[in-house]
Design a protein around this ligand. Structure first.
Ligand SMILES: [Zn+2]
Length: 142
């Protein structure tokens, strides 16, 4: 299955002694803890007492746009679309897209997994995407 930061699989509280530990037979500190008003699943870590909702711990935590939409935009970048044309097509600001790319760069494995599985992105395109990330001052892909 996907290693894509499944919320509820680990405690996202960095101060917690069980921070980041995947749930399993011997690791069961996360319990379901009702739902938010918006209907999102809430979880609670029994170790530190923190509660969190299903969007916390995903790669794009606190981004207003849905993860699917962000991933799709990254797929376009990986396919060689220029950021400037994506801002026109998708209606996002260039800074917003660049912020997503920077977020993605911190979760390379998870993002690659989704891009390779869902968008038929090729290895070389991903390399181009990460090269772009490394040269984030530049405006175009090689
Ligand atoms: Zn915890």
């Amino acid at each position: 299955m996907s290693k894509f930061a499944q919320v509820g699989d680990f405690c996202p509280n960095k101060a917690c002694t069980d921070y980041g530990k995947q749930q399993g037979e011997h690791q069961q500190n996360i319990i379901r803890f009702g739902k938010t008003k918006a209907g999102r699943q809430r979880f609670r870590c029994k170790t530190c007492g923190d509660t969190f909702t299903e969007t916390k711990g995903t790669i794009f935590y606190r981004r207003r746009t849905s993860e699917d939409e962000i991933i799709e935009t990254l797929a376009f970048v990986a396919e060689g679309s220029r950021i400037s044309s994506l801002t026109r097509v998708k209606g996002y600001k260039e800074d917003t897209i660049l912020a997503w790319i920077r977020d993605a760069a911190e979760h390379v494995e998870a993002v690659e997994e989704v891009l390779l599985a869902k968008y038929q992105i090729e290895r070389g395109q991903l390399d181009a995407l990460w090269a772009y990330v490394r040269n984030k001052g530049e405006k175009k892909l090689p």
